[in-house]
Write a new protein. Structure first.
Length: 87
């Protein structure tokens, strides 16, 4: 995937993950970073359980990235102690 595709996927996945976990976005830059890191984490988790990782800019990859960003956000909130998450 190109860097632009990673940024688009990261922005969308990070925003959706932020909305799911704490009902508000974390801000444009943090949403992008969260989504890209979430895509990597989600790809690792999906591969670990026998599914395909991020495959491109498509719905499946968005689901993988959102799941990863939710995991990353949940860990971030657990460590930082900033409020309670919805999970």
């Amino acid at each position: 995937m190109s860097i632009i595709a990673w940024l688009i996927l990261g922005l969308i996945a990070g925003f959706i993950g932020s909305k799911i976990v704490n009902n508000s976005g974390e801000g444009l830059m943090l949403d992008i970073v969260l989504g890209v890191v979430g895509a990597v984490v989600g790809g690792f988790l999906f591969t670990f359980f026998g599914a395909a990782p991020v495959t491109g800019l498509n719905i499946y990859s968005l689901i993988v990235a959102v799941v990863g960003s939710i995991v990353v956000l949940w860990i971030y909130h657990a460590i930082a102690g900033r409020g309670r998450s919805a999970i």
